[in-house]
Design a protein around this ligand. Structure first.
Ligand SMILES: [Zn+2]
Length: 383
């Protein structure tokens, strides 16, 4: 007798090399096994014939710290809800908030977001103490390296903080140029945590940003379309881009409102650049388009020619590896917490648009149907 069995889905678990029709048995919140459980009984059976079952999706870049909790709700942080907007209601079982909170607001973020949602919420800590709209890093009073380093280290030990986030862009750095990037690198190294860098408009210029990044550091918005991205005028990778890849810098999509271009993506893929994570950068200004949700973002990569197991790998175990949590989630290995996304892939004609406003027509669209988080069926789409 199990607590839950998913019956008859096409099970795709790239970390285990599984792509086969099978059942998934769950008990006490954990995966018991993938195989033939036709004769087994369970408190709850999810009939999943015709559906695909993958490890619960991991969105490496979201904004889920509604500022109503901290600043009285003037909407400047542009966050969305971790369960209903970007988490379990959209097939995503783990979200990583990409620096909506800094050390100055972290406690509120812990109390009001991390501890109150069914979706697993982890986060990068902003190098600025009190991020808000406008120049988040552009003022010296936004920094306290001692506090940021100490809190990042403590909150990493608590399992919540994954590292430091910096917005390497003029509209966030103001007149401080490369200094917020330098502060973020220092805070990451001295706290022993990770680093996620938002690629934006210069200053700082991309060459300086890349040259400060090392093995395991994550560059988000990697395929943004505007000038000053990973490519030169010849639309080939800059020497600094290739050197960063050789050092082990990781590339995250972070689609967002202005940070993902079909053309840039194709140039980068043609040049052999890697992708390590498909993520949305979802917030209130892009949830009604062009991002919508994780499923739409994943579908864009089917459209770009990736096969379904690879899209799933880049949305599950690969992001989990980037944040060194693949021993906890990102696969349905026996004994892991049972996070499972059940979905279908519809065929048809689906308009998709990138952050540059370029419209293309996709022939497949991923639609989440059921979300299982820690062994519980926590969301089902309305039929
Ligand atoms: Zn973001």
């Amino acid at each position: 007798m199990y607590s839950l069995i998913v019956k008859g889905a096409r099970v795709i678990d790239p970390a285990q090399g599984i792509d086969a029709v099978a059942d998934i048995a769950v008990d006490a919140g954990k995966i018991v096994g993938i195989g033939d459980y036709a004769a087994a009984t369970a408190s709850r059976v999810v009939e999943a014939g015709g559906l695909i079952a993958s490890p619960g999706w991991v969105d490496l870049h979201v904004h889920c710290f509604p500022d109503i909790h901290v600043f009285g709700g003037d909407g400047t942080l542009g966050s969305v809800d971790a369960d209903t907007d970007c988490g379990i209601a959209t097939g995503v079982t783990t979200v990583i908030d990409a620096g909506t909170s800094g050390a100055g607001t972290w406690k509120a973020f812990r109390d009001l977001v991390v501890d109150r949602h069914t979706t697993r919420v982890l986060a990068f800590m902003n190098v600025s103490l009190m991020p808000r709209s406008g120049p988040r890093h552009g003022d010296w009073q936004n920094f306290s390296q001692g506090l940021t380093i100490r809190m990042a280290e403590e909150e990493a030990e608590a399992g919540v903080c994954l590292g430091i986030k910096v917005l390497a862009s003029q509209n966030h750095c103001g007149n401080l140029g490369n200094i917020p990037m330098q502060l973020a690198v220092q805070a990451s190294r001295l706290s022993g945590t990770g680093l996620m860098v938002h690629l934006g408009e210069a200053p700082p210029i991309i060459q300086d940003v890349l040259n400060q990044m090392d093995d395991g550091d994550i560059l988000t918005h990697c395929f943004k379309g505007t000038a000053g991205n990973l490519l030169g005028r010849d639309r080939k990778p800059l020497p600094e881009t290739l050197a960063a890849v050789d050092r082990g810098v990781k590339f995250d999509i972070g689609h967002g409102k202005s940070s993902f271009s079909f053309d840039t993506c194709r140039y980068c893929l043609d040049a052999g650049l890697p992708i390590h994570a498909i993520s949305t950068d979802i917030h209130s200004a892009n949830i009604k388009g062009p991002v919508f949700d994780m499923a739409t973002t994943m579908s864009k990569f089917l459209h770009l020619g990736f096969d379904l197991p690879e899209v799933i790998r880049l949305s599950t175990v690969s992001p989990a590896e980037l944040i060194h949590r693949d021993h906890e989630f990102g696969t349905m290995h026996e004994g892991r917490e049972a996070d499972i996304t059940l979905f279908r892939v519809d065929d048809g004609e689906f308009p998709v648009v990138d952050s540059e406003g370029k419209r293309e027509t996709a022939s497949q669209m991923i639609r989440p149907v059921h979300t299982i988080r820690a062994g519980e069926l926590v969301h089902s789409a309305v039929a």
